[in-house]
Design a protein. Structure first.
Length: 356
């Protein structure tokens, strides 16, 4: 079977504006939201390039596609003049205890982890905009809130963890700031995107593959997890993979889900031992529900894994969907109103220290 790239042809056979290639999670999700249950994309395995069902291709006449175009136009014109708000708090990683597990949310899916002295950064995105880089500017959404730390304020990073190649998770300008001494763990068929950066120690992990990484602070085990998302960066590179990860060191375990819709399988993680912290994405579910989860679904998956604490990310940073800015975190807090102590943090810049 064959996949037709989302919106690859507009009405009348003409190529649509280049904006559709800028943010592939927007363009492909139009298909997911518009398609009927009989024609939706199901079970695409980017590793083996298997498509179990075809889907119908929407056009620019789709009301949802037109609404999304209007949203993008507003973001890239009117919103360009809006100042970026400062983060709620500023982490101080140089004061962190190397004998503890400390985590800070820098914004969107970028999380700084001190795992008993090993410094890990997930999906680093630290510039004002994401999208296609042209000489002198970037075409794409602008941050609502600044990163809690600038790159120069980061400690030396041992491991960069990349879940998938979407622009809001895989920012080449940020990644080019790391040097050849940083290890990068990434999803299948994404190594080529890093070829022009200075990162040289790059490992692609398929689902269920494990790697033990040696760092100056010691060793850590990283397991790639199956999630329900997709990895295309533009319109046609649908072969790219997408991962979640399980980090394990000194009998402590952290899950980083990346982006995922609600899925079974997180309960299987219990066989690896107790999960201390689940870092879960809770935003961009309206209308992209088939590739992102709601706050309640994120909690459901974290509970299935047996996570002691839950850290919500992927909200309040960029406008990537239609839900109100504060809705994800408010729904998340409401869903855990009887267990508020399990919420690791709520706002960009906050820091969480895992209890011993």
């Amino acid at each position: 079977m064959r996949i037709v790239p989302c919106l690859s042809r507009a009405a009348g056979g003409r190529q649509p504006p280049a904006v559709f290639g800028i943010f592939s999670n927007a363009s492909f999700a139009v298909i997911e939201a518009e398609a009927s249950s009989g024609s939706a994309l199901r079970g695409f395995d980017p590793i083996h390039k298997v498509v179990q069902e075809k889907f119908e291709q929407p056009t620019l006449r789709s009301s949802r596609a037109r609404r999304w175009l209007g949203h993008l136009w507003h973001q890239w014109t009117i919103e360009s003049w809006r100042p970026i708000a400062p983060a709620f708090a500023k982490p101080e990683p140089r004061k962190w205890n190397g004998a503890r597990v400390t985590v800070a949310w820098l914004g969107h899916a970028t999380v700084l982890i001190n795992f008993f002295g090993i410094k890990i950064l997930t999906d680093p995105v630290l510039f004002p905009r994401i999208g296609i880089r042209l000489p002198g500017f970037t075409i794409g959404p602008k941050r609502l809130i600044a990163p809690a730390l600038k790159f120069d304020e980061l400690p030396r990073i041992d491991i960069v963890l990349l879940s998938h190649a979407h622009f809001d998770h895989f920012d080449l300008r940020t990644l080019d700031r790391f040097d050849e001494h940083t290890t990068a763990i990434t999803a299948p068929h994404t190594r080529d995107l890093l070829s022009w950066t200075r990162l040289r120690d790059v490992t692609e992990l398929r689902w269920s593959e494990r790697k033990r990484v040696d760092t100056p602070a010691g060793k850590i085990c990283i397991l790639a997890l199956r999630v329900k998302h997709w990895g295309a960066r533009k319109q046609r590179d649908i072969h790219r993979g997408y991962n979640g990860y399980l980090l394990e060191r000194n009998n402590r375990r952290i899950i980083f889900t990346g982006d995922t819709a609600l899925m079974n399988g997180f309960a299987d993680l219990r066989e690896h031992g107790s999960i201390d912290l689940a870092i879960v994405s809770i935003g961009a579910y309206n209308p992209w529900i088939r590739s992102h989860c709601t706050p309640e679904q994120a909690i459901e998956m974290a509970n299935a894994a047996g996570a002691r604490f839950i850290m919500p990310v992927h909200h309040q940073t960029f406008r990537l969907s239609f839900e109100p800015l504060r809705e994800p975190i408010e729904r998340f807090e409401d869903a855990l109103c009887t267990e508020p102590g399990r919420i690791a943090l709520r706002e960009i810049g906050e820091t969480f220290v895992l209890p011993m």
